[in-house]
Structures are given as C-alpha cells and as structure tokens.
Design a binder for this molecule. Structure first.
Ligand SMILES: [Zn+2]
Length: 455
C-alpha cells in the first residue's frame, strides 16, 4: 500500500488524536487519546460506558474506530469486531495528556508503545498512584534525535514546548516522502526554543504532509498571549502583597507551573506545598537528567490529608503515600504557617479548607484555563463559592499549553509542507487564512478518509 494517513479522532475537535499511518504492510498509530467531548451526547458522570462491555459501548456511538487487529481480546469480547492477532505494529505517543493517551487502555497489550523517556516516568508515577492507560505494555523509549524504525517507517522525534514535560513532534519518513506531526505545542513556555528546533527539522525534511494542531485557531480576535514568565511576575506580585494564605489550583503534572510557583513562593519567603500525587511525580522526574524540578522535602512540602482514623497511621494510607507521611504537612501545620505557605489545592481537595480554617483575606489563584463550556462554568461557580465562603480574593493567572493562532500560522508557513492537515482544532477551515499565495494544499480532514502521503 502507498503511504497514507487516516484521522480517526482530533477531526474538527480539540483532543482525541488518533491517526493511523500506513505504508506497505506497516501500520502505526500516532497517539490514541480520548476527546474532551467524546460521547458527551450519550455519557456523563451519571451514565458511563460499562467496563464489562470493553470497547462495545464506545463502538455503539462511533467513539472508537473499528480497526481490526488493534484491540485486546477483553475489549472485544462482546462486540461485532472479532479478535485477531495484532495487525497494528506500534503506537507512537507524542505526550502524556489524556486526549492523546487514554484510549490505549483498550489496545492489545502485545502492541508496543513508543514514548519519550520522560513520558515513561510520568506513566510510572500515575501507575503507582491511580493507574495508567499504559499499564501492562512494553514501552520503548526515545529522546530527541534518537531515530527509530517501525517496519517501513522511520521516526525522528523532536522535542517541543508544551504544558507537560516530555512532549514531542515527529518527522516520519515514509516510502514516498516525509510526514511531519506537531503533537501539541507552544512557543511562550520556558522551552519555546525546542518548538523552533522542531520547525527547523520539519522544514529541512521537505514534508509531503504536515499534520498540525490548532487548538487556538478560532474566528474570535486573538487576545493577549500570557507567557509563563508573565505568570511568574503576576504570582510574585500577588504573593508579596499577601500576609495571609495563598492557594492555587493548577495541573499537578505541569512542571513549568510547579517551577513558576516554587520561584514565586521562594521570592517572598514562602514554601510551595503540593499534593502527594504531585510529590510522587516530582520524585520520579528527578531521575530525568534533562529536567529541573524542585526536590520534595528540601524545596517543596507535601500536604497530607486526614484519612480514616485521622491519625498519620501507615495503615490508613496507600503504599505509595506512606514515604511522605514523615515529611508531610497537615492542615494544622498550614494553619499555623499561613503567611509562609503557598498551597497547591486541586478542586476535588477543596474540603481540606474546612480543616485548614484559613484566616479571611487570603489569596486564591486560578491557574488553569478559563471556563469554555457549560461544565467548566459550573465548576467555576463552585470554586467561586468556596473562595467567597473562605473570604479569599479570586485571581486568574494562566499561560496556555498551546500556541495562539498567529504562531500556528507562522509554524505552518515555515514548515512549507505540500499538504497541510489541521487536527486537534474546532476550526480546520480557518487554516486557509495562513495560505496567502503560498502553494500548499489545505486538506480539511474527514473522519476515516485516508490522505495520501506523496512527495
Ligand atoms: Zn497536550
């Protein structure tokens, strides 16, 4: 078969990336994630797909592609798709975000997963604390520049800047010209130069096809694009201006944000206090020689919440939590050191505030994406209620994990591919605005329709 790529997810939607790349008899999936709104018309927190039915409940609504030789026997036990030995050679993963990884749980465990070394450490931490879709699979790890071959395809991974460490784009050499895949990217984080390196590598390959994300490609006027550096300045201002407790909600696996808030805390004599889950991740990531993250105990503290008996008794805690008990701080410790603490608190841990009983007048920093749908608005109003109840002030401070539209356009023009396929975007048609007289062809993807890769 001549080389071709078929999009089964990330088509007219943000997230859910699932791209099948075929060349001769080789088949590789680039990412295999869950879309953010995947199945929202049929399922929610009350009506969930049944685990016992494997992939069946998702096939029912076309939420997973029925690709032969991809899924595990267990996933297919109750479906019309018959189980066969693996016919897909590998999954190549760009980074460890659910919209790129989460459907791998249905895949035959005999199919190997290629991922960055950092991703395998993040997986290890998730696996120990809450389980990972990569559990029970053979991981073959790479770093930037380490090419690897799967059948007829050669992959060159190139790191990019994004809101989780260990994110990659790829140049894939097929038998009839290269395909470049961006994964998720931005330029305004601390590692923006890595995305420039991806552009250089992609352009130098003279790609036949560019598969690019466009999360922030939208018809609305482009707003200000806050950088991580600006988040640091904003946080320093807020932390210095407060003599009470500072609280913040942010993604606990975004190590850029952890470093930013660790710096902001230090600049005003405070200590960042993180959740046990984040502490576990930080301990794993310290094994990565290329990453700089704070050390638990020395640089940041770990918050220990009460469980069952309410005492810090080993038997109340999971095995992975126990090593943190001696080094942890309790609700009472935080209350005693309100003016010296900068507490990371996920939304689901808000009831801890009842135990902490902070003084009125503290500062709350919402360091995550602003609400963009009904569910997000509901959550925001809950958060505001808690913040009001505690007598705290509310502040929004965030740098996106994705490049704004103008910078996506700059990447597309710089890479100079023959054909551009926009994915991971609500508005693929808007990529036409980037063309301005240049000769490339815009190919708005259709779910399940192959796109030929030809030089
Ligand atoms: Zn991502």
């Amino acid at each position: 078969m001549a080389p071709r790529v078929t999009c089964y997810g990330g088509v007219g939607e943000i997230g859910g990336n699932k791209f099948l790349l075929e060349d001769r008899d080789t088949k590789v999936l680039l990412d295999f994630g869950k879309g953010f709104s995947d199945g929202a018309d049929y399922f929610d927190s009350k009506i969930e797909p049944r685990n016992v039915n494997g992939a069946g409940d998702l096939f029912e609504f076309g939420l997973l592609p029925e690709i032969p030789g991809l899924y595990s026997e267990k996933s297919l036990q109750n479906t019309r798709l018959k189980y066969t030995r693996p016919q897909v050679d590998a999954i190549v993963l760009s980074h460890y975000h659910t919209d790129h990884t989460d459907r791998i749980e249905y895949v035959d465990p005999e199919i190997p997963v290629y991922c960055g070394e950092t991703t395998s450490l993040i997986h290890e931490a998730s696996s120990e604390s809450s389980g990972s879709p990569l559990d029970g699979r053979e991981l073959r790890t790479f770093r930037t520049g380490q090419r690897f071959t799967v059948g007829a395809l050669e992959f060159r991974p190139v790191h990019v800047d994004h809101s989780i460490p260990g994110t990659y784009g790829f140049v894939v050499y097929t038998s009839d010209g290269p395909l470049a895949y961006t994964g998720d990217f931005r330029f305004h984080g601390p590692a923006g130069s890595m995305t420039e390196e991806f552009i250089e590598a992609a352009e130098a390959s003279k790609p036949a096809v560019l598969l690019t994300e466009g999360t922030r490609v939208r018809p609305e006027a482009e707003g200000a694009n806050a950088s991580e550096e600006e988040v640091l300045k904003g946080a320093e201002r807020l932390v210095k201006g407060s003599r009470k407790l500072v609280l913040s909600t942010f993604r606990g696996n975004d190590t850029d944000r952890i470093n930013t808030f660790h710096d902001a805390a230090r600049a005003s004599g405070r200590r960042l206090v993180v959740s046990m889950k984040t502490a576990l991740l930080l301990e794993k990531l310290r094994r990565d020689p290329r990453l700089e993250v704070p050390e638990v105990g020395r640089d940041v503290d770990v918050y220990v919440r009460r469980k069952k008996t309410g005492r810090l008794d080993d038997s109340d805690y999971y095995t992975w939590e126990r090593p943190f008990l001696d080094r942890g701080v309790s609700a009472e410790d935080v209350r005693k050191r309100q003016a010296e603490s900068f507490l990371h608190l996920e939304v689901w841990s808000f009831p801890e505030l009842i135990d902490i009983r902070p003084d009125e007048g503290g500062t709350y920093i919402h360091a995550a994406t602003e609400a963009f749908n009904e569910e997000g608005e509901k959550e925001e109003s809950l958060v505001r209620n808690w913040v009001d109840h505690m007598g705290f002030s509310y502040h929004q401070l965030h740098a996106s994990g994705h490049a704004p539209m103008s910078e996506v356009g700059r990447l597309v023009r710089a890479v100079k591919a023959k054909r551009v396929v926009p994915v991971h975007t609500d508005h693929p048609e808007l990529f036409a605005e980037f063309r301005r007289g240049s000769g490339w062809e815009l190919d708005v993807p259709v779910k399940g329709r192959p796109v030929r890769v030809s030089a």
